[in-house]
Design a protein around this ligand. Structure first.
Ligand code: IMP
Ligand code: MG
Length: 181
């Protein structure tokens, strides 16, 4: 399987971008404690690296969203199947996302988090595919922007999966876009 993956962003490129993002985010939050909320499972590897590049007080939590679109073609339904019991009220929340594609998942999640009245809510995404957007959402920080025709390929590795595979690759690679099921 792994030999079908072509490298898009190397370990070194990722490490450099994560370090830059860590600095920008740290500067932006100043002395405030950050409540980091990682979107499972795709952002786990990214979040693990990113939090070690933010030398501020922070707490780490996880949230899980299941997109039914992956199971039922044509059906657009996004459902939060697991959310943390962390009280977000009054917190400065940094949501760490893996890929912003149509934006449906992120906009759903942002609306849900806003209901919990955080003091602020910002988003750091590993990959942004801006041309695929169906709902207008913009991450505050993005490690990599992927444009056409590359956005037509499916990204895997560094936490990103195809059918739960490839998450352990240390780089971000692409495979030909799997046929819609
Ligand atoms: P959106 O709701 O269309 O923005 O989809 C975002 C979610 O779809 C991400 O959190 C990923 O789980 C998944 N996704 C979209 N594109 C890719 C990809 O190229 N590789 C792996 N997962 C993807
Ligand atoms: Mg996924």
């Amino acid at each position: 399987m792994r030999d079908q993956v072509s490298v898009l962003f190397t370990e070194e490129q990722i490490a450099r971008r994560v370090a830059e993002l860590g600095e920008e985010i740290s500067r932006s939050f100043g002395s405030r404690e950050i409540c980091v909320l990682g979107l499972m499972k795709g952002s786990l590897v990214f979040m693990a690296d990113l939090i070690r590049r933010i030398p501020l007080d922070l707490t780490v939590h996880l949230v899980r969203v299941t997109s039914q679109r992956e199971q039922a073609a044509g059906r657009i339904l996004t459902e939060i199947v697991y959310s943390t019991s962390v009280p977000l009220e009054g917190k400065d929340v940094l949501l760490v996302d893996d890929i912003v594609d149509t934006g449906i998942t992120l906009s759903y999640l942002l609306a849900h988090i806003h209901e919990h009245a955080p003091a602020s809510l910002r988003v750091c995404a590993l990959v942004d595919k801006p041309e695929a957007r169906k709902i207008d959402v913009h991450p505050d920080w993005t490690a990599f922007r992927v444009h056409e025709p590359m956005a037509d390929r499916f990204l895997v590795g560094y936490g990103l999966d195809w059918m739960e595979r490839f998450r352990g690759l240390p780089f971000i690679g692409t495979i030909p876009r799997p046929a819609p099921r």
